[in-house]
Design a protein around this ligand. Structure first.
Ligand SMILES: [Zn+2]
Length: 149
């Protein structure tokens, strides 16, 4: 992933990266020519997406997570990438998916489905919700700022 300064047609140089600790990512890029700056902001979902795709930010490639593991939801996300915050302790007990929620999940592109499923499952577990329904998915999306996912 690179950013181009449209005015100068120059590749913008990475200047600064911050990970505030809440899963969001801020990366600042500067045009070497006109010194214009731009910042990339991602929410926790997008940060996971970027790191799981192994995108290089600021000259460092984040270790890529095997997709199979991502699908299985076994690893904690972002492990040793950017000194990520620890995942919150999961409440005990599995989360189940209603038929309607499962059908809706089938519409999610396969390569991100496991990640999306895990995000919903974590959302439900944190709130001690036992069953994920389309209504829960809607609530999670608006609470987590994931509209469009
Ligand atoms: Zn420029």
């Amino acid at each position: 992933m690179k950013f181009l300064c449209l005015a100068c047609d120059e590749v913008m140089a990475f200047a600064e990266r911050q990970l505030p600790g809440d899963g969001t990512l801020t990366a600042v890029f500067t045009c070497p020519d006109c010194k214009r700056e731009m910042a990339l902001l991602t929410n926790p979902m997008e940060t996971q997406m970027i790191t799981s795709l192994g995108v290089e930010i600021g000259g460092r490639t984040v270790p890529q997570q095997p997709m199979q593991q991502t699908r299985m939801g076994l690893e904690s996300p972002l492990e040793d990438a950017f000194e990520a915050p620890p995942t919150p302790p999961a409440a005990d007990g599995p989360v189940t998916w209603s038929v309607e929620a499962t059908e809706r999940l089938e519409n999610v592109p396969r390569f991100v489905r496991g990640m999306v499923k895990r995000i919903y499952a974590e959302y439900a577990m944190e709130r001690e919700i036992r069953e994920i329904t389309p209504e829960i998915m809607d609530r999670a999306r608006s609470d987590l700022g994931l509209e469009g996912m």
